[in-house]
Design a protein around this ligand. Structure first.
Ligand code: NJP
Length: 272
């Protein structure tokens, strides 16, 4: 029997590919983004198993309405893909407080809003899968990515614990850490950049901006491949707790683990 998927951020990028891949696999897909029309256009027009709804994930009430509408219409939500997100790119001190808060409002609190709206329906049925699109930047941070990483580290910490709370109730969780994917993520359509000019950082910021401009559209990761892998994993009884997607993500994550091991050993040695 077809499963019911609910995907956030399905108007573009990875969310669109996940919605399309789930449709191709025969599932019923409730695909959302801030404009339902944009979602419909992105995911294949008038497909009879596609239901496009407007959802700004920062609106907790709207998330509850989408969850209620979906369960009333289809009886269940089998798979939630908490995918919507964006990046504030640049050096920390070049961001206003409002920009940093906006980053958390979407990537952390928005993602929590959707999980909070849907988890009760999954708990009631003692069944469901929550796929959370985090990032390699949720495991590793670097200059220029401090604010985005802070929001994704928070997603990792929240979901790593929440997954353990859900597991005894029959709800499975998958945290996904993609490397750099060819989507709109680094484009001005999606990304925001620090607006405060600080001469001490000017040269480094200029270099960072030119890295982002060069990388935009040339990222190594194929969102279609990741989408196919997520749909395949969701069809299995057991899902891993993490999917680290792409050679780049696996290298960065591995280097972080090596560095932590060295620091743990050094800390033990320093204790004497
Ligand atoms: O980005 P993009 P991706 N409420 O810009 C939606 C993570 N990630 O597909 O603007 C509801 O093509 C937006 O919809 P709208 C990344 O952090 C990426 O790459 O309303 N939706 C659009 O559909 C994010 O969590 C890379 O039309 C909101 C979508 O989000 C996920 O992958 C690497 C919204 C963004 O599409 C998907 O990003 C990585 C809101 N308030 C992790 N704000 C990468 N691409 O390199 C935005 O490690 N959206």
């Amino acid at each position: 029997m077809a499963q019911v998927w609910l995907v956030t951020g399905a108007s573009r990028g990875l969310g669109r590919e996940i919605a399309r891949a789930a449709l191709e696999a025969g599932e019923t897909v409730v695909a959302t983004a801030r404009s339902a029309d944009a979602v419909r256009d992105a995911c294949g027009g008038q497909h009879d198993r596609l239901h496009a709804l407007a959802l700004d994930i920062t609106d907790a009430e709207a998330a509850c309405s989408v969850a209620a509408e979906t369960t009333e219409r289809f009886g269940a939500i089998d798979v939630l893909v908490n995918n919507a997100g964006y990046a504030e790119l640049g050096f920390f001190e070049t961001f206003t407080d409002a920009a940093v808060r906006r980053q958390f409002e979407v990537n952390l609190f928005g993602t929590m809003n959707v999980a909070r709206a849907i988890a009760p329906h999954m708990r009631e049925r003692r069944s469901g899968l929550i796929v959370t699109i985090s990032s390699f930047s949720g495991l590793v941070s670097s200059g220029g990515g401090a604010v985005y990483s802070a929001s994704k580290f928070a997603v990792e910490g929240w979901m790593e614990g929440f997954a353990q709370e859900l597991a005894p109730l029959g709800i499975r969780s998958l945290l996904v850490e993609p490397g750099m994917l060819r989507t709109d993520f680094m484009d001005q359509k999606s990304a925001s950049f620090g607006s405060i000019h600080i001469p001490d950082y000017a040269e480094a910021v200029a270099q960072y901006r030119s890295f982002v401009n060069g990388a935009n559209g040339n990222q190594p990761g194929d969102p279609k491949r990741l989408a196919a892998q997520i749909v395949m994993l969701a069809s299995q009884g057991e899902v891993p707790s993490r999917l680290i997607f792409g050679d780049d993500a696996r290298q960065w994550a591995g280097a972080k683990v090596d560095q932590l091991r060295q620091e743990i050993a050094q800390s033990a040695a320093d204790r004497g």
